[in-house]
Design a protein around this ligand. Structure first.
Ligand code: 13P
Length: 259
């Protein structure tokens, strides 16, 4: 990685862990992490564990809190939904938006995801905008087209002066939870294309500041190769973030890559 972007390792816990489990896991991560810094570390537990997470993390500047989704509207009759302000009140700093599981199982469109990105930025939440192709799209040679549509669709009307608050996560759908990882070269090819699009969209200086994470079966055994690539600025970790030791190993890989 170049351009002094600070590596970011974020754990997406998905629908795992009760709040009692979350307390235990966050404490274990803090213990394992010690006073290591130099890498941004984020945990994204389910909504029901955010308050517990905020309490456990209150005294730690090393680890920040993220949510896995939110609604674009500020308040109102949206049963079952959560607003940006509700997240901010719990000291949440990041929010994952447009994850492929939201796109697939909850039919989220680029337009809807874009509304959420804008609402998050309005509330000073940093969106982690996820993009990535499905297996059949890769096989038909459409990877870059799909990623471009999702990326630019998610960033409509994002003002240039807030763009460096955005984090992009490239997550090839075929690599999520499958044990199949993109090779560092495959991932870098897409990250580099995203970097070009970001520079075109926001100008070179801002495009160079935006962090692009890789996600999809990233684990301690394959992290070093991925994190060594120029445009891979960290990881969005599913399965391996549910274990304190493997999650912290990924933070250590990022620290090593930035040294
Ligand atoms: P896995 O690391 O379990 O493949 O999940 C990746 C992911 O979807 C993170 O958002």
């Amino acid at each position: 990685m170049s351009n002094n972007r600070k590596y970011l390792i974020a754990g997406n816990w998905k629908m795992n862990k009760t709040s009692a489990d979350a307390e235990e896991l966050i404490k274990a991560i803090l213990l394992e992490l010690g006073d290591k810094n130099g890498v941004s570390v984020v945990v994204c537990p389910p909504y029901t564990s955010l308050e517990t997470g905020a309490k456990v993390l209150a005294e730690s500047s090393n680890v920040q809190l993220g949510a896995q989704n939110m609604h674009a509207k500020a308040s109102g009759a949206y049963t079952g939904e959560i607003s940006a302000a509700m997240l901010r009140q719990l000291y949440v700093n990041f929010v994952i938006l447009g994850h492929s599981e939201r796109r697939e199982y909850f039919s989220e469109s680029d337009e809807e995801i874009n509304e959420k990105v804008l609402a998050a930025l309005e509330s000073n939440l940093k969106p982690i905008l996820c993009v990535g192709e499905k297996l059949e799209e890769r096989e038909s040679g459409d990877t870059l087209k799909v990623v471009e549509t999702q990326l630019l669709g998610g960033l409509v009307n994002v003002p240039e002066d807030k763009a460096d608050q955005v984090v992009i996560a490239y997550e090839p759908v075929w690599a999520i939870g499958t044990g199949k990882t993109a090779t560092p070269e495959m991932a870098q090819e897409v990250h580099a294309a995203i970097r070009v699009l970001l520079r075109d969209r926001f100008g070179k200086a801002t495009g160079d500041k935006i962090r692009i994470l890789y996600g999809g079966s990233m684990k301690p055994e394959n992290a070093d190769g991925l994190l060594a690539k120029e445009d891979i600025d960290g990881g969005l970790i599913g399965g391996a973030s549910l274990d304190a030791k493997s999650f912290v190993k990924l933070v250590e890989s990022a620290a090593k890559a930035s040294a």
